[in-house]
Design a protein. Structure first.
Length: 255
């Protein structure tokens, strides 16, 4: 039986919504913004570069979805492993990798949950430990225990490896009200994603605390808001006119 009940809620939702949600215009726009953010910050992220006498550079794309992170950072890692709680998302990821002609040895995803002991077999091998980089994009707000999740990801990094998280920034008055948005989430139809969200957003202070408590060097924590807002429509937020949000990219290195 699953011990991560919030994870199970997310698994069921994304198995059902994997194909339809990411074809919506707002989601496609957000995907392009995330791609741009990663591309613009590659040097800042500082993934270890490989050389002939070193072990291959290994990256884990956690909560990988269809593979936006893996595709964007493909040239910066020798081995890329996607992990997602949803079988449907894993299938999309692997289908796209096959269509691009990428060998599974280079890039492949499995279903798994770092917070779920029963998933340990699929993510037990060496490809899922001692990673040079772990990237989690727009998924920490879906974790029932963000601190435990960050800690589990740090556990799978090599010493000096980098953890990168992209997620929604705390609301500011000009971009909407978090309390009103959370209120709407609690009362809306559970056919949307609101019931899969644990914490709607994170501040720079939140991220420093999460990273530091997970075993990262506090002096390596950095936090960058993205340059543009992202519009989430009324059909998703149930807020009249929709909500404009800003996401961030944050990083830290394991001690």
């Amino acid at each position: 039986m699953a011990t991560d009940s919030f994870g199970e809620i997310n698994r069921k939702f994304w198995d059902e919504q994997a194909k339809s949600l990411f074809t919506q215009e707002w989601a496609l726009t957000l995907s392009e913004q995330l791609r741009d953010c990663l591309q613009s910050n590659v040097d800042w992220i500082e993934i270890r570069k490989s050389s002939n006498n070193e072990t291959p550079v290994k990256m884990i794309d956690y909560a990988c979805g269809s593979g936006i992170v893996s595709q964007t950072l493909f040239d910066f890692a020798d081995i890329i492993r996607g992990v997602d709680i949803s079988d449907a998302m894993v299938d999309q990821y692997n289908d796209l990798a096959r269509q691009s002609g990428t060998a599974p040895e280079r890039m492949h995803a499995v279903r798994g949950n770092f917070l779920e002991p029963s998933d340990s077999d699929a993510i037990a091998g060496p490809d899922f430990h001692e990673a040079d980089a772990i990237i989690m994009s727009m998924a920490l707000h879906h974790s029932g225990d963000p601190q435990a999740m960050v800690s589990k990801m740090v556990d799978r990094l090599r010493s000096g490896g980098v953890l990168v998280i992209l997620d929604w920034m705390d609301f500011t008055p000009e971009h909407g009200s978090e309390s009103s948005h959370a209120h709407d989430h609690r009362h809306q139809d559970r056919s949307d994603a609101s019931h899969t969200i644990s914490k709607a957003s994170f501040s720079a202070g939140d991220m420093k605390q999460l990273f530091s408590d997970a075993g990262c060097d506090p002096n390596t924590v950095d936090f960058r808001p993205y340059k543009e807002t992202s519009h989430i429509p009324e059909s998703i937020t149930k807020v009249k006119g929709g909500v404009d949000r800003i996401f961030f990219i944050a990083k830290a290195r394991k001690l």
